[in-house]
Design a protein around this ligand. Structure first.
Ligand code: SF4
Ligand code: SF4
Length: 324
């Protein structure tokens, strides 16, 4: 019955490639052999799916990967999504941003750059490549060309030590920075409660963004399969580079269905709800904290999260208005 809460999906994670030039320690995309033979998403397939996502009611699309800037069709894909009126999010490690800037300029509504250290040496250790200078170069190009950007600090118990330096960087460069606890996937542990407290202390900083309900969700141990509110397939749709609908979610899928231009038809069939009926209830869903499938609007309807969701929303609204 969970689908009754959000009748229409509003968010899509569009994985335009599984390839990545980085080797981040908390990620397994680059280790996963089953991804190695999967080609990048093709514009011809994506174009059809974008039209169907629009019909379904999706408003936000995160073009992600792997490293999405490795996909040669990305400029056409972003332009098409923009033309259809989606909020176009691009999530990148920034390494190829300079090289591809002219092709993608003004296409994303917001570009998220992964940013978890201000040290070139530590960057190499965390991300497995010597890419810090290229990242900073990319961020500067985006700022100088008035692109809307946000830095994304994925926090683990290991890199929480960088919290203050990241906050200082955000303050001194006046760049919005989203602090996001690392999801509990690929064997990563959720953040410990003391570290969640440390993050929350920065809530009122004008350049720092965080979701209080999301942090509480982590603090409370994430998903409980016996009373799960996971909205995979219901608030959030995942599409893979091989033109597949991923069921229930990318990080723990048990099925993929070739879309082949039939996303809207599939969505309107009874099969859709059967496919996602068990989302949140599998054994692998125990303590899951991959909160993008739980939906902020969902948090907004739960008494435990209601106040903090609205406080988060209000603070972000005030800061956005203040900067205009
Ligand atoms: S840049 Fe992103 S996709 Fe690539 S290895 Fe790092 S976390 Fe994974
Ligand atoms: S609870 Fe987590 S692992 Fe399970 S379907 Fe939802 S997002 Fe995926």
């Amino acid at each position: 019955m969970t689908f009754l809460i959000n009748k229409k999906p509003f968010f899509c994670n569009y994985w335009v490639t599984y390839r990545c030039n980085s080797k981040c320690e908390f990620c397994n995309f680059w280790r996963n052999n089953s991804y190695k033979n999967i080609f990048d998403a093709k514009f011809t397939d994506v174009k059809k799916n974008l039209v169907d996502l629009k019909k379904i009611g999706v408003k936000f699309i995160d073009f992600t990967g792997g490293e999405p800037l490795l996909n040669k069709d990305l400029p056409q894909i972003l332009a098409s999504a923009k033309q259809l009126g989606f909020f176009v999010k691009l999530s990148t490690n920034g390494y190829f941003y300079k090289d591809r800037f002219k092709e993608i300029k003004n296409l994303p509504s917001r570009t998220y750059f992964s940013f978890d250290t201000t040290s070139k040496e530590e960057y190499k250790k965390i991300r497995g490549i010597d890419g810090y200078d290229k990242l900073i170069e990319g961020i500067n190009i985006a700022i100088n060309n008035k692109q809307e950007i946000c830095l994304l600090y994925t926090v683990t118990d290991k890199n929480i030590k960088n919290l203050q330096e990241i906050v200082n960087f955000a303050d001194s460069n006046k760049i919005t920075t989203y602090i996001h606890p690392c999801f509990s996937y690929f064997g990563n542990k959720s953040l410990n409660k003391d570290n969640i407290k440390k993050i929350k202390k920065n809530f009122w900083n004008p350049y720092i963004r965080m979701s209080l309900p999301q942090l509480d969700f982590h603090k409370r141990g994430g998903n409980n399969p016996s009373k799960s509110k996971c909205q995979a397939g219901l608030s959030t749709i995942d599409i893979g580079p091989d033109d597949t609908l991923i069921i229930p979610c990318t990080h723990n899928y048990n099925k993929k269905i070739k879309i082949d231009g039939k996303l809207h038809t599939l969505y309107n069939s009874k099969e859709w709800y059967q496919l996602f009926e068990k989302a949140g209830k599998y054994n692998f869903c125990n303590h899951c904290t991959i909160d993008c499938y739980f939906g902020m609007s969902y948090f907004n309807r739960l008494p435990n999260y209601f106040f903090k969701q609205n406080l988060t929303y209000l603070k972000n609204l005030i800061e956005s208005k203040r900067r205009k």
